[in-house]
Design a protein. Structure first.
Length: 138
């Protein structure tokens, strides 16, 4: 019986692609949610961020987003304002979030997924950039 794993994925993101590939290399076929096409509800987003041990500010993506234009970098921006902006502009949600029975992680870097996978990597994994992630020894 395989354990349920879900990833909030952006196929345009290398970190997200590497995380998804590591999950699959560990023998797990996850539920893939392209969160830009199917954004989470406010409750789902707030719970994911909280369960990952983060604040909305820590889970917000700045690069390639309207983060600065929306004034979210201003220290006076509240966590609720940042959460509202993430819901209105899902590109502000950093990725990938991965959900398993062992926890929730914002997998940046992608190898953070290894902490919560139900099965270890059976061998070394090579990321898109050539970096090697050590798997379980044979």
């Amino acid at each position: 019986m395989s354990e349920a794993v879900t990833i909030w994925h952006n196929p345009a993101c290398g970190t997200s692609r590497n995380t998804l590939a590591m999950i699959r290399a560990a023998g797990v076929e996850p539920t893939v949610v392209e969160y830009l096409k199917t954004p989470p509800s406010r409750e789902e987003l707030a719970k994911a961020i909280s369960d990952a041990g983060l604040t909305p500010r820590q889970a917000a993506r700045e690069k390639g987003t309207p983060f600065v234009e929306l004034g979210l970098g201003d220290p006076s921006a509240t966590e609720d304002q940042i959460l509202d902006a993430m819901l209105k502009h899902p590109v502000l949600i950093n990725r990938p979030f991965v959900f398993t029975s062992r926890g929730v992680r914002l997998c940046r870097p992608s190898e953070l997924v290894l902490d919560i996978l139900p099965t270890p990597l059976p061998g070394d994994f090579t990321k898109e950039d050539g970096e090697i992630v050590k798997g379980q020894s044979a």
